[in-house]
Design a binder for this molecule. Structure first.
Ligand SMILES: Cc1cc2nc3c(=O)[nH]c(=O)nc-3n(C[C@H](O)[C@H](O)[C@H](O)COP(=O)(O)OP(=O)(O)OC[C@H]3O[C@@H](n4cnc5c(N)ncnc54)[C@H](O)[C@@H]3O)c2cc1C
Length: 408
């Protein structure tokens, strides 16, 4: 069969992996590189991911792929912190939680008990799809923890919509997927090597990878991509990108999936002489930026310490700003918390479609995996699982197997 895959991110690569043994596969990728959100850029002869990336021990499919390409990972116990009102609180373990006086003592106890529940008895699959995160969290943690912690952390920082609009079920999956032990992994030879080896393994199996190939028309009825016909087409590009290029897709479906919204992300990756603090992951509340990640705690392979400061929710307003404007704005937050930081260089990366917004109606609006001979894969069809490399790979493999089954 002749199969086209739209998008050379991890979902597209995984779908190609499943299908390439028996089929003629073409991947269309708009960028000059594959890897999508997990791609890297070059700095002083070394590759750095465009955005922070780590793996967890339970990311089984990512781990299996790494192993199949002969790659191992380093695992580090990493510390976390919360920055709020110009104060930095260690937030790594139950003991450090005791010092988090942004919450009252009762709030801290409730948060601690909630954490325990999340990592033990909580089954996210039992949470109804329509339940909103605010209702669920208020019941589970009380008003104070919900408003002082989860509203800024998740509603404002992540999606920039009210907590009452966000899916409780997907949020619970996110919480469950966070690493309770604080163990974070990273490929020993870098994330870039993972993508390189993935790409090379597909090329060996004669998969055609067309880079710098943004598609302008996908005719869903005639199964053509810019005039070229296929038997099956797999879409892994963001839903709004699909809607822009599609022709003759079922009208009801177009109406339904048009309701899916995405949040953007802008990351400033910068080098410093020294670590800023002893934390790998710092959540920042009530500022323009939302997270500071000190990558060199996982992968100290560069001539400077590599960090990201980034913004998800609200970053749409920064997409049109120049690199210098963004750098000034974002690094001001770094300097607010680390006035002595010695910043040596900075680069900016913008993603208009960094993640679907998993609102409480997402389950009603997400694309169906199979629509005749047009299939969807990637993080837009992975609800209620969290958006990460592991779920993108799972989704790509799943759609590959579905296509195989349908062609028997
Ligand atoms: C800031 C940030 C931090 C993250 N951190 C982690 C982490 O720590 N751990 C983790 O596991 N995951 C992390 N992720 C998530 C992970 O990167 C993604 O879930 C995963 O890479 C998504 O893969 P995908 O193939 O579904 O989508 P994408 O990577 O978005 O791939 C889609 C591809 O389609 C291409 N495309 C789009 N439009 C067109 C078009 N018209 N024509 C042709 N091609 C097109 C794009 O260029 C892209 O290559 C992070 C993501 C971000 C943004």
């Amino acid at each position: 069969m002749k199969i086209a895959i739209l998008g050379g991110g991890l979902a597209g690569l995984a779908a190609a992996d499943v299908l390439s043994r028996d089929n003629d596969i073409t991947i269309y990728e708009k960028n000059s590189y594959v890897g999508g959100l997990a791609a890297s850029f070059e700095h002083k002869g070394k590759k750095i991911p465009l955005h922070y990336h780590h793996i967890f021990d339970h990311d089984q499919v990512t781990k299996r792929y790494l192993k199949s390409f002969g790659l191992t990972s380093t695992w580090r116990k990493a510390k976390m912190a919360i920055c709020v009102n110009r104060k930095m609180y260690n937030f790594t373990d139950p003991i450090s939680l005791l010092g988090f006086n942004h919450l009252s003592l009762i709030g801290r106890i409730r948060y601690g008990l909630f954490g325990l529940f999340v990592y033990t008895f909580m089954n996210p699959n039992k949470i109804p799809d329509h339940l909103d995160a605010q209702k669920w969290l208020k019941k589970a943690t009380g008003k104070e923890v919900t408003h002082k912690l989860f509203v800024p952390l998740y509603a404002e920082n992540k999606f920039n919509i009210p907590l009452s609009e966000i899916s409780a079920k997907q949020f619970a999956h996110r919480l469950k997927a966070k690493e309770a032990t604080g163990l974070f992994g990273y490929p020993k030879k870098g994330l870039d090597e993972f993508i390189n080896r993935f790409e090379n393994s597909l090329k060996k199996r004669k998969v055609k990878i067309l880079k710098d190939k943004p598609i302008s028309t996908l005719d869903c009825k005639n199964k053509t991509i810019d005039g070229e016909s296929y038997d099956k087409i797999i879409v892994t590009i963001p839903v709004p990108e699909f809607l822009k290029i599609q022709k003759n897709f079922n009208e009801e479906e177009v109406k339904r999936i048009s309701k899916i919204k995405y949040c953007s992300c802008v990351s400033v990756v910068f080098g410093t002489k020294k670590f800023l603090s002893n934390h790998y992951w710092l959540n920042i509340l009530k500022e323009k930026t939302h997270m500071l990640m000190q990558h060199s705690y996982l992968y100290d392979a560069y001539d400077s310490k590599v960090n990201w400061i980034l913004r998800y929710g609200g970053s749409e307003e920064d997409l049109e700003l120049t690199k210098d404007m963004i750098t000034d704005k974002y690094l001001a937050d770094v300097r607010k918390y680390f006035p002595n930081s010695d910043i040596q260089w900075a680069e900016v990366f913008k993603e208009k479609y960094a993640s679907p917004i998993y609102d409480k109606n997402f389950h009603l609006n997400m694309p169906k995996i199979k629509n005749g001979d047009i299939y969807f894969a990637g993080v837009a069809v992975s609800y209620p699982l969290i958006r990460n490399m592991n779920t993108a790979l799972i989704s790509g493999r799943k759609v590959g197997k579905q296509v195989q089954k349908d062609s028997l």
